[in-house]
Design a protein around this ligand. Structure first.
Ligand SMILES: Cc1ncc(COP(=O)(O)O)c(C=O)c1O
Length: 485
């Protein structure tokens, strides 16, 4: 542990034990520097860490104050305990309603899956689109961009894998129409009708949709909202059932934001290699990390070409361009064949425009600003959650991405909350849409990528009031809810 981390740990412990009570002014960074015999820079780094962890808040021209924010995130939400049965799956109808709500500008989009458009370099992308529309598309050489797709882009993506510690040849990359198509192609390449796929619990609803369309069955694996799937439980399932593939989000899971530690990723790759099981690694949010280093994908530990890594520019550039990719390992030829059969190719103009954007502008600089802004917005929304849902919930504090997973008291019916909130002009994503058996009935997912303003604050207040109303009818809800099976 570094010096500033040790200092932050000590002060955090004082706050946790109530020695420094909420609302009290914390010692100045200068005082910490003197009392701990460290430089002012080290003391400030310790305070930055404490702010990040929600222990203190900086008030302009006033100093640091002890915050209550850490309380909502201090008690980790427990891991899930799915039944372990194999089932056919289907998407929850509310998934489609959420897309409708996202279309309505009057609805506060806490339930939306899309990143706030103000974080996308839309003007620059549009300029690249115009340039390519008036050059390449009038003097077509689009045959070049047939599957596997634009060579320059695949080279670029290959380089980014190298930075992430994974050796991926551009030859195994297929460009796709968004990350969702990459995931679909990956499933098609690795599985056949009726196969069993191990998924997380909760899981991304898009996963359930794809399994349904392809006639695949699912088995849910216990998943921790901070560390991801339980590898012991997965191993046990693999030994008992004939699992063909896993579909997992090891880095910034949707909806919980969980990040599997590196050691678990390595172990996962080892277990899957031993049993020759393919991993569909859904990495849609992988670039959106808040820490100093990019988390490694499981793909970095793959020695047998079993990992089909699915990426997307939707969360980091713009969802509107629908550009993603699949690094398919040993399944690359199959993926390419299926891509051609399904859509012939990914839109040539989009491939060209994004390739030009990456040539002309610094993607890395854009990502640095994006990550910082998302981290700040996450903190602001956590403060909003703390203020308006306080005492009533536990919430995850992901180290990347843009979702918060909120566990409300058990008597709250998340679907009813979703409907009541929508009627008041606020969308939330209710927990049951992330489950094969409509579990997580008292959980919601919130999108924290949007700017915080009077409208979003008032939306959070509305949510708080609706949750408080549930608590008043708690007795009624308890009596009417059927006993758990
Ligand atoms: C976990 C996850 N995977 C994949 C996707 C699909 O990404 P795209 O919009 O690029 O198709 C999403 C979009 O919400 C997602 O949340």
């Amino acid at each position: 542990m570094r010096r500033y981390e040790r200092i932050a740990e000590d002060i955090g412990s004082l706050i946790r034990r109530g020695v420094l009570p909420v609302g009290q002014r914390a010692p100045s960074a200068r005082a910490i520097s003197l009392s701990h015999g460290v430089s002012l820079g080290t003391a400030l780094r310790a305070y930055e860490l404490l702010v990040d962890r929600g222990f203190i808040e900086a008030l302009p021209r006033s100093g640091y104050y002890v915050s209550s924010l850490w309380r909502a995130t201090a008690e980790p939400i427990a891991a899930s305990h799915p039944s372990g049965a194999s089932r056919t799956v289907g998407a929850h109808p509310i998934v489609f309603e959420l897309f409708d709500a996202a279309r309505d500008a009057a609805i506060v989009p806490f339930g939306s899956p899309f990143i706030s458009p103000d974080l996308c370099p839309l003007e620059r992308l549009a300029r690249c689109l115009r340039v390519r529309a008036s050059t390449q598309m009038q003097h077509p050489n689009w045959i070049e961009d047939l599957p596997p797709g634009n060579g320059e882009l695949r080279e670029y993506i290959g380089t980014r894998y190298a930075h992430a510690g994974a050796a991926v040849s551009p030859d195994e990359i297929v460009l796709t129409s968004g990350g969702m198509e990459a995931l679909y192609l990956a499933l098609r390449a690795a599985c056949s009708h009726g196969d069993l796929v191990a998924i997380e619990s909760p899981a991304f609803y898009g996963c359930m949709q794809a399994l349904e369309v392809l006639g695949l069955r699912a088995v849910e694996v216990p998943t921790h909202p901070q560390h991801g799937i339980d590898i012991g439980a997965l191993t046990d399932i693999i030994q008992r059932k004939s699992v063909r593939a896993c579909w997992l989000m090891p880095t910034f899971h949707n909806p919980t934001g969980a990040l599997m530690p590196d050691a678990n990723k390595r172990e996962l790759a080892r277990v899957l290699a031993r049993h020759e099981i393919a991993l569909i690694e859904d990495a849609a949010y992988e670039e959106l990390y808040f820490g100093a280093h990019r988390p490694k994908p499981v793909k970095a530990y793959d020695t047998k070409g079993l990992v089909l890594h699915c990426g997307s520019f939707s969360k980091s550039l713009s969802p509107g361009y629908r550009l993603g990719w699949l690094a398919a390992g040993r399944y690359a030829q199959d993926a390419r064949r299926i891509k051609t059969a399904v859509t012939i190719a990914t839109c040539f103009l989009v491939q060209q425009a994004v390739a030009l954007y990456l040539q002309r502008f610094s993607y890395e600089r854009h990502l640095r600003v994006l990550r910082k802004t998302l981290q700040t917005r996450q903190l602001t929304m956590l403060q909003g959650v703390q203020r308006y849902l306080s005492g009533n919930c536990r919430v995850t504090r992901p180290q990347g991405g843009y979702y918060l997973w909120v566990e409300l008291p058990e008597y709250v019916d998340a679907v009813k909350l979703y409907r009541d909130a929508l009627a008041s002009g606020v969308s939330v994503a209710p927990g049951p849409i992330f489950s094969v058996r409509s579990e997580f009935t008292h959980c919601i997912r919130l999108n924290c990528s949007y700017p915080w303003n009077a409208t979003t604050e008032s939306a959070m207040q509305t949510l708080g009031e609706l949750v408080a109303r549930c608590s008043k009818s708690e007795g009624v809800v308890r009596q009417t809810r059927p006993a758990a099976a």
